[in-house]
Ligand binder design. Structure first.
Ligand code: ADP
Length: 203
């Protein structure tokens, strides 16, 4: 099994690239979505997060109120670290369970916003990515794309400054894909990337 970590800053086109790789035969695991699953009702991290943060972040049914949880950790690095120390191992366990269900010859793409900034996708050696693909685009284009998708410009810029820099992502990349043109250009670059990936997967 070849496991690839795919990352990029907000608006870079990471999710678009993930979906194109899916079209070419990769199994895509949306790691960010698993972050929501683990704290949803019945999720692996639900009980531990409520125990750690208290009823103030729970709704009337005792389930996690995501907005309240977000307020509890926003701008508070220590609180955020407490949360991720519970949620990230749960997400990694979730990823491991998904990987264990897949055929051994699968090419898996872990689509994740925070690769450089976290230990996600590297829970244990058998369930870790061995290659990293980074999607890049100029900052102004990323802001434009995210705003078009419905985010407020100030929120996009705040997110960009809280995320890793292009240099930090590039430092861990095995391949970088530039998404600074139109979608046809991106398709051509993803085709090239797919050949590279097939080379990585070759025995
Ligand atoms: P990310 O997951 O990196 O935040 P997305 O893949 O969701 O970014 O892309 C952000 C938005 O930009 C989406 O609406 C997507 O359709 C659009 N987009 C991505 N790449 C291109 C491109 N090369 N040309 C035009 N629009 C693009």
């Amino acid at each position: 099994m070849l496991i690839i970590g795919l990352t990029g800053g907000i608006g870079s086109g990471k999710s678009t690239v993930a979906s194109m790789l899916g079209d070419r035969g990769a199994t895509v695991i949306d790691v960010d979505a698993h972050g929501r699953v683990v704290i949803a009702p019945g999720g692996r991290a639900e009980a531990a997060v409520v125990a750690e943060f208290g009823d103030g972040i729970a709704d009337a049914d005792g389930h996690i109120d995501r907005a309240a949880l977000a307020r509890a950790v926003f701008g508070r690095p220590e609180e955020l670290a407490r949360l991720t120390s519970i949620s990230h191992p749960a997400i990694n366990a979730e990823i491991a369970a998904r990987l264990d269900e897949l055929p051994a010859d699968s090419i898996v793409v872990l689509d994740m916003a925070i690769l450089v900034e976290s230990n996600l996708g590297r829970g244990d050696p058998a369930h870790s990515y061995s290659r990293v693909v980074v999607v890049e685009a100029p900052e102004e284009l990323r802001v434009e794309r995210a705003v078009q998708r419905g985010m407020a410009e100030a929120d996009v810029r705040a997110r960009i400054s809280s995320q890793a820099t292009d240099e930090q992502r590039r430092a861990v990349a095995d391949a970088v894909i530039a998404n600074d043109g139109d979608l046809d250009q991106l398709v051509a670059r993803v085709d090239e990337l797919w050949s590279t990936i097939l080379g990585w997967a070759a025995p």
